[in-house]
Structure formats: C-alpha cells, structure tokens
Design a protein around this ligand. Structure first.
Ligand code: NAD
Length: 421
C-alpha cells in the first residue's frame, strides 16, 4: 500500500476505495501523518492454507484470511465471508469498514474481517463443516473473547458460527463469546438474525421522518434477498413502506403497487429464489437498480452502483445495506445528481450492534428478551443516524463523509490516548 491517496478517477480496489474516504476524513480532521499511517494499515493479516478432504475423497486446498485492521478501541470484531471473490484485498477493505462502523456506533470494538475463497453453494454441509473447522484451527491463535470475535457474513450463517464455536472450544475450552451470530440454543441472541435488516429499516424510517414523508407513500427497491435484504423487506413493509422490487442472484421481480412480502416469502421457501414469483413482473438485476422508486437499497454485493449505471438510477436516495455497494466514482455521479447516499457503515450496523449485545450476554451469562434487543438496537441506530446527520449539516459534508469523520476521529483519539504515537 502507498501513503499517497489514489488519483480520484483511477479504478480503485475495494481497500483503496475505503482508504480514499479515510484520507479525506484525516485531511478534514487534520490528523498527523503518523496517526494516518496507523489508520491505513492492518495491524495483523493472517493468510492460511486450508486443506479439506471433500466428499469425493479428493483433497482441496482453500485460501483463508483473517484481517485485524485496528484494535485501538477494543477487541477486533467482524464477520467471516465464504465467497469465490473473497480475496485478501476485499477482506482488508471490509475489515477497515468494521473499524469505522464500530467507532461510529460507539461499540467498544476494533475492526476485523475474515474470508475463505470458496463457493458454499456448491459444497455439501459436511464439506462446509470440515472447511469451517480447518479455518478455525488455522486462525484460532489470533481469536479470543477479548481479542477477536468473528460473526457471520455472506455465505456463512448461524450454523457456521456453531461449528466455529465448537472447533475453538475443543482446543481452548467451551467459549460461547468467541463468535456472535450463533444459534439461540447455543448462546446466540434473540433478534441477531434480523438485526441488520431491522437497522436498515430503522434508518430508512428516520430518513422518511426527516423528509416529513409517510412510509406508506414511499416506494422501496431492494437488491438481494438473503439475510439482510429479506429482513429489510419484511420489517420495512411492516412499517408501511411499499416494496416495489426485489431481486437475488437468479433474477428479480417488480410491482409498482407493492409486493406482498408474506406471499413472496412463501414462494421463496419453495422456489429458493424470488425469481418466478407471480405477484410481480420479472426484472433483471441490472434493470432493478434503475427502477423508479424513492429509496434504492442495495443489499447484496459490493460495487453494484458505478459511474456507468449511476446516471440511470431513478431513486431519490440510496440506502447502502450491503457493504461498499457504491464505488467512489458512482458516489460522485450520485452527489452531482443530488441523490443522497446513506452510508453502509451506519445503515448495516444493526448486525454488529446486536453482535455486541450477544457478546455482552455471553460474558454476563444473562439472556435479554427479544423486545429488549430490538428496543436497544433502535435507540442506538436512531442516535447514530441523528449524530451523523447533524455532523453533515454542521460541516457541510455528505453523509458518508460525516460518518467517516466521526469514526476516524474516534479511532484517531483512541490511538493517541493509548500512546501509540
Ligand atoms: P446473504 O448471503 O444472506 O445474501 C446475499 C444475497 O445477495 C442473496 O439473496 C443472493 O442471491 C444475492 N446475490 C448474490 N449475488 C448477486 C448478484 N450478482 N446480483 C444480485 N443479487 C445477488 O448475505 P447477507 O448476509 O444478506 O449480506 C448481504 C450484504 O450485506 C453483504 O454486502 C454483507 O457484507 C452485508 N452485511 C451483512 C450483515 C449481516 O448481518 N448478514 C451485516 C452487515 C453487512
């Protein structure tokens, strides 16, 4: 990595894109070059070779990572992604985002991320179980309840976390607080499965309140119908928003009068995809991003809104539920078109916030009710939303810049207080 900020229009890798935001904040905050050096580099990067015996008895070697970006504010926290494109640069970018997300939400954590380059949709449960255990054994030495606490992300889920907890426990003794996003039966928190989507919906409702709009008059399009997208759709529709388009990797559907989410879920349970649902018209993923709506919610992959398609976005605002769904050049196009972007490090922070609640419940050995989890989550999301909007108004910055300013400022301050520079 270089110390220079990349040229504004160069094609940026995911980690360069995040660094771009960090450099801009550091400049606005007038941080010293030494602090910036600590903010831009990962504190530890583990890269591991993971040999796994597949069901056909052949040995496959996967590549796995755990990147611990910054631990100045507390133990490292971040998900583990199983995806064919989960390379080191992407994992590094996601680890950085976690550092600033945790700081923005005032959670006592640093940022980390893990990944294994694999296609979980083409692996059996027994293969995934073996891969998860091998991964845990290879990175176990850098984990710990007060050191680094993984969680689920794309391609992983509560079952993956149960395997991780078990594999870790076999070596170090029973340690439920070593991962979050576990099944409730094994010490998981009520409400963790829906937390990210709930946080997205809460942000959307706050934004509507700010605009003095009634959710019932607002049309929402969601890309991705996995954990985040589907819970966003369910909870936002309960709040009154009209969900007029959704998609997943197999295709999308749209209905300007609003999709019936309960019927869509019933269809999904059988078909395994939103594609083919009869309550709407088919639409491609590309076209879905260009549907006319009030709020567009990318909730699948990164880098789906770029300078190429941003001119065709017909939403009034973009609500970033996925991590890094808008590229920096895409961001510039949206800003020039006066389409506000609510940034990922606020919008999808509900997941890590309830992970924090799960971790505290594990340490205290005391379970919270679902009502308590949801109400504490809402309080924190609403507070962070208003803090960010007030900061943006005060400094005349965009919401993403304000979010990074708050996060970078807090991490920079922790670095100074610890006496690192
Ligand atoms: P998931 O694996 O449960 O769902 C991903 C969804 O994206 C699926 O519906 C899949 O079909 C769809 N998808 C995949 N490729 C696609 C493509 N090319 N076009 C359109 N759709 C495609 O993952 P998730 O946990 O819902 O995560 C989604 C995003 O949210 C990711 O960016 C993740 O990093 C972010 N995120 C997740 C959490 C969490 O708690 N799960 C928390 C914070 C951020």
């Amino acid at each position: 990595m270089t110390t220079e900020a990349p040229a504004p229009h160069a094609h940026l890798s995911p980690s360069e894109s995040v660094l771009n935001s960090v450099y801009q904040s550091a400049e606005r905050l007038q941080l010293s070059p030494e602090v910036v050096d600590l903010l831009r580099t990962s504190w530890r990067e583990v890269q591991a070779q993971l040999p796994v015996r597949m069901d056909d008895r052949k040995l496959r070697i996967f590549e796995g990572y755990r990147v611990q970006h910054n631990g100045a504010r507390g133990p490292y926290k971040g998900g583990v992604r199983f995806h064919p494109q989960a390379d080191l640069d992407e994992v590094r970018a996601l680890a950085m985002l976690m550092t600033y997300k945790c700081a923005l939400m005032e959670l006592p954590f640093g940022g980390a991320k893990g990944g294994v380059m694999c296609d979980p949709t083409r692996m059996s449960d027994t293969e995934l179980n073996r891969l998860t255990r091998t991964y845990t054994q290879h990175i176990g030495m850098v984990l710990g309840v007060s050191r680094d606490i993984p969680a689920p992300d794309m391609g992983t889920n509560a079952q993956t976390m149960a395997w991780m907890m078990d594999a870790y426990g076999q070596k170090y003794g029973h340690t439920p607080g070593i991962v979050t996003g576990k099944p409730v039966e094994l010490g998981g928190s009520y409400g963790r499965d829906q937390a990210t989507g709930r946080g997205v919906a809460v942000c959307m409702r706050q934004y509507a309140i700010m605009e003095r709009a009634d959710p019932r008059d607002l049309k929402v399009v969601i890309q991705g119908y996995g954990n985040v997208g589907s819970w966003t759709a369910r909870i936002a529709s309960e709040m009154g928003f009209r969900i007029v388009g959704v998609s997943d990797v197999k295709g999308g559907i749209a209905n300007p009068d609003g999709l019936d989410i309960a019927s869509l879920d019933a269809w999904f349970a059988v078909a395994g995809s939103v594609a083919g649902f009869e309550g709407g018209e088919p639409v491609t993923n590309e076209h879905l991003l260009e549907l006319e709506c009030d709020y567009l919610v990318p909730a699948a992959l990164g880098e789906v809104i770029t300078e190429e398609n941003a001119p065709r976005v017909r939403a009034r605002a973009v609500i970033e539920a996925a991590n890094h769904p808008v590229t920096p050049p895409g961001d510039e196009v949206l800003a020039a078109r006066n389409i506000p972007v609510l940034p990922d490090i606020l919008v999808n922070a509900g997941g890590v916030t309830v992970s924090y609640f799960e971790w505290t419940q594990n340490i205290q050995q005391f379970r919270w009710s679902l009502e308590m989890v949801n109400s504490e989550l809402e309080k924190r999301m609403v507070a962070a939303f208003h803090e960010l909007m007030a900061r943006a108004a005060q400094d005349g910055t965009l919401p993403r810049q304000a979010a990074f300013d708050i996060g970078v400022e807090r991490v920079g301050r922790a670095i100074l207080l610890r006496g690192f520079v």
